[in-house]
Every structure is written in structure tokens, then in C-alpha cells.
Design a protein around this ligand. Structure first.
Ligand SMILES: [Zn+2]
Length: 427
């Protein structure tokens, strides 16, 4: 079946020695993933588009002579004209698809991420189109597959950057200046791939979708059936702590004379765990940058990132406030400066209830569950009806090389996605 073939061709791209993936935006691995997608889409006769924000789309358009009535043609000509009038200042060709059904996910990864997070949604979307064609189904409205850029935020720090840009959820100027660990900006990185960084920003075609459906591997152990539906995404965010002390010699500096930023950092990590337990949240400090990072040198500064999530905004805010208080207290005791900045925050997402009910009916009432993981579907849901299908994760491991889904469950996911797309786009 096409699913397995696609999976096998995608599998080696960006795979690290750990067995996990390093598919970071605008790197060679990312370029290869994009080329893979374009080739798979073209081989299916889908119209491939790239938007101004680094996202890719493959469209299965309504066949012109199928059921486009005269009225329908006039309507689409009118909406094309409206787009032209709206004046795309950057001269991007506007295809003017209206009321399209979009599915898909992302191909980038966290450092040493698993094979399924993102790619499962893209591969399943293409396989679902194959299945619809086998069944003889035809879209009555445009049906697209999206690959969203920088979903993990692994290189530039802001998750779902491609969908945030396309929906206007992030200021283009801020996005342009986001920097990776080497100081390269998002604007510079995309310019190197032939994009115009001055042209990034909201995309009318995306904002006029009929709906967006993202299939994704479940990332905990909450799903016991092969396929489920999402109810909500917990509010979540990322905060950066900068501890600044004084670099010095590890052998000759008396303990009493030190201003070692590693000490308050360490206390902050522990405080994050305690705060999370207090507020029924989850909090993680999984990224740290030590300067100068020498074994025989007291660090001069430590930058560390907190990821906090909970079922409610109050719990997230209370957790972060507690961690901040602990960091400031610890820094004061060690004569270290500390500052905190919020790099991103995403409010709770309650997925479109009517759409979810429709999908539940089409799929025979599968389990419905919330998730603590952020997704492009969550960003899009602020503007268009969005829903998510989850595929069972037997161990619950995710964002790690051992992430897994059973082949039979993946195929059940493709079937379910095809059923849903049939219902939404072909009837
Ligand atoms: Zn993902």
C-alpha cells in the first residue's frame, strides 16, 4: 500500500545516530523532506503551492467539468477578482480557493524526535487521497494537504511558526528576527531558500478554509482505541530565564566570592517540578545554554527555558509565577541577576464542537480526549473550524526516538481520515 511505501522513503531523511530525527527548518534535512512531499504530491497530480511563510500545500481541485455549475464558475471568478482587488502587495499569485477542506501536519522535528510526530499526518493525508480515489470519490470543494513550517519551534523557538504567520497570530517583524542558536534569523534562513522575508504574513486562502483536519500520533497513553478525536488543547507556553553571574576560575575563586548562575538555575529546575505538582500542571526545563560551557570555568551566564502546560490558564500562570518567584529568590541569594521573558503563549483550544460531532458520527463514536501538546490545528482553530484525529501511541513516548505507532493503527488512521475527508469534501 502507498502508506508503507511513502513511510519507507521518508524514514531515512534527517535521521540522527540516536535513531531519532533532526529535521530542523531550512536545513538540508528539511529541504529533503520538502522535496519528498513535492514529489509525492506531483506524482498524484496534485497542484503544489508554497505560500509566503514557508508552508507547502498540495491541492486536489474540483474537476472543472464535473459539477461546476455556471453559478459556481461565476462565484469563483468573482472571488478571484475580489482577491485581485484586495491587492496582494507582494505580487504572490492568488489561487482563490474558497471553502476548501485542508488536512496535513508538519515534517520538522524536535531534536532527536520520533518518526511519527508530524509526518504521520502528512503521509496519512496523501494515503487518504489515494484511498478516496480508489473508492471513486471526487472532491466537490478543493481538498488540500498542508505541510506547516517550524511547527516544533526547534530551531527558532516559537512553535507553529508557519501557521502563526499565515493566520496573523505573530507579528511578521518579530518572526523575521527570531534567531537560532547560531544567531541566524528566520528571515535570513528563509531568504537563503529563495523566499522573500519581507512578504511573510497572513494568508487569505488559509483564513477562508471550510475546515482544517489534522491527524497526529497521540503523545501520551490516553488513547486505547486505534483512533480518537481531540476535544481540546491545554493552554501552554515557553518562558526564557536568563541568569547572569560572573565567569571565573573553577579552582582559584573562593566559594564565598562566586556569583555562579548555575546555582539559581538548578534551584529553578527543582522549583518548576514542585510548582507543577502544586498546580496540577506539567512543567519542564529541557533546554539550557551555559556560557562559556567550560568544565573548569564558573559560568558567566545560563539561559534556560521553561515549558509549562495545564488544563486551565490559571494553573499555567500560577505555575510560572511560582517558578519565577523561586528563580528570583535563588538568584538573590547567589548575587546573580535573573530576567524572565515569555517567548510564546497559546490559550486553551476547544475544538469546534459541531465539526467534532460530525466527525464522531462519521467514525462511529471514537474516544474523544484532550491533549497537552500544541498543534497547527490549534492555531488554525482560532479562525476556521478545526478538528484532530489521534492515532494510538502504545507506549505514550513522543519527542523521543522510541515514539511509535503500530502499522495497523496507522492504516486505521488513514481509513478514518479518508472517511472524514469524504464526508467533508466529497459529499
Ligand atoms: Zn506534531
Amino acid at each position: 500500500m502507498a502508506f508503507e511505501e511513502m513511510w519507507e522513503t521518508l524514514r531515512p531523511i534527517g535521521r540522527a545516530g540516536s535513531g531519532g530525527y533532526r529535521r530542523f527548518s531550512w536545513t538540508a534535512a528539511d529541504r529533503e523532506c520538502r522535496a519528498w512531499f513535492v514529489e509525492e504530491a506531483r506524482s498524484r497530480g496534485l497542484a503544489v503551492e508554497r505560500d509566503r511563510n514557508g508552508n507547502l500545500f498540495a491541492w486536489w481541485d474540483v474537476e472543472k467539468n464535473a459539477d461546476a455549475s455556471v453559478g459556481g464558475l461565476l462565484a469563483s471568478a468573482a472571488s478571484l477578482a475580489a482577491d485581485a482587488m484586495a491587492g496582494d502587495v507582494h505580487g504572490e499569485p492568488v489561487t482563490g480557493r474558497r471553502d476548501a477542506v485542508l488536512t496535513g501536519s508538519h515534517l520538522d522535528s524536535v531534536p532527536d524526535g520520533g518518526a511519527y510526530d508530524g509526518p504521520l499526518g502528512v503521509v496519512s493525508a496523501l494515503a487518504a487521497i489515494d484511498l478516496l480515489r480508489e473508492r471513486g470519490a471526487k472532491p466537490r470543494r478543493p481538498l488540500g494537504v498542508a505541510v506547516f513550517a517550524e511547527e516544533e519551534g526547534a530551531r527558532f523557538g516559537v512553535a507553529c511558526l508557519g501557521s502563526r504567520l499565515a493566520t496573523g497570530a505573530i507579528d511578521p517583524a518579530r518572526a523575521r528576527d527570531l534567531r537560532d542558536a547560531d544567531g541566524v534569523t528566520w528571515g535570513e534562513a528563509m531568504a537563503a531558500e529563495g523566499y522573500d522575508p519581507e512578504a511573510i504574513g497572513p494568508d487569505t486562502q488559509l483564513l477562508s478554509l471550510a475546515c482544517f483536519i489534522e491527524l497526529h500520533v497521540e503523545q501520551g497513553r490516553a488513547l486505547t482505541a486505534p483512533v480518537g478525536l481531540a476535544s481540546a488543547i491545554w493552554p501552554h507556553g515557553r518562558w526564557r530565564f536568563d541568569f547572569t553571574g560572573a565567569g571565573d576560575h573553577a579552582g582559584t575563586t573562593r566559594l564565598a566570592d562566586r556569583r555562579d548562575p548555575m546555582l539559581p538555575f538548578a534551584r529553578t529546575v527543582l522549583a518548576a517540578r514542585e510548582a507543577a505538582m502544586r498546580h496540577d500542571a506539567v512543567a519542564t526545563m529541557g533546554k539550557v545554554r551555559v556560557t562559556p560551557n567550560g568544565v573548569n570555568a564558573i559560568p558567566s551566564s545560563v539561559a534556560a527555558w521553561l515549558d509549562a502546560r495545564a488544563p486551565s490558564e490559571e494553573a499555567v500562570r500560577a505555575t510560572v509565577a511560582d517558578v519565577r518567584a523561586a528563580a528570583e529568590d535563588a538568584a538573590g541569594r547567589d548575587r546573580v541577576e535573573v530576567s524572565l521573558s515569555e517567548e510564546s503563549y497559546t490559550e486553551v483550544v476547544d475544538f469546534h464542537a459541531e465539526l467534532r460531532d460530525r466527525l464522531a458520527k462519521a467514525l462511529g463514536d471514537p474516544p474523544v480526549l484532550p491533549t497537552g501538546a500544541g498543534h497547527d490545528a490549534g492555531i488554525l482553530s482560532a479562525h476556521v473550524p478545526a478538528a484532530m484525529l489521534f492515532v494510538r501511541n502504545p507506549t505514550g513516548v513522543s519527542h523521543a526516538p522510541a515514539e511509535h505507532a503500530e502499522p495497523a493503527d496507522c492504516l486505521a488512521g488513514v481509513e478514518a481520515l479518508a472517511d472524514v475527508l469524504d464526508e467533508l469534501a466529497c459529499r
